[in-house]
Design a protein around this ligand. Structure first.
Ligand code: FES
Length: 104
């Protein structure tokens, strides 16, 4: 397990036990206030959009071109935007802090 700090769309911060070895989306979609993840992690829907806390951004592998392309089409795009289905949760990033992006 690895801890995740997740800020929901109302700005409330939650400490969540994340599943290691799978994407952050796999944890977030099980929460009532989490992400929809409509495409199931195929990098095509962007309903798993999150913002990664700046302090953690450099600790994650950079996004692949297809993820970046999809993110940049979103009105809520920010430099720290990621698709949570493309971010793998590992124990080395336990404590990762993310915010769920507004619905598009
Ligand atoms: S779940 Fe669809 S892009 Fe991430």
């Amino acid at each position: 397990m690895a801890d995740l700090i997740v800020v929901d769309r109302d700005g409330v911060e939650h400490k969540v036990e994340g599943k290691v070895g799978v994407s952050v989306m796999e944890t977030l979609r099980e929460l009532d206030w989490g992400v929809a993840a409509i495409c199931g992690g195929m990098c095509s829907c962007a309903t798993c959009h999150i913002y990664v806390d700046d302090a953690w951004l450099g600790k994650l592998p950079a996004p692949q071109p297809d993820e970046k392309e999809l993110l940049q089409e979103l009105s809520g795009y920010q430099p720290n935007s990621r698709l949570s289905c493309q971010v793998q949760l590992e124990e080395s990033v336990s404590g990762l802090r993310v915010s769920i992006a507004p619905d598009e």
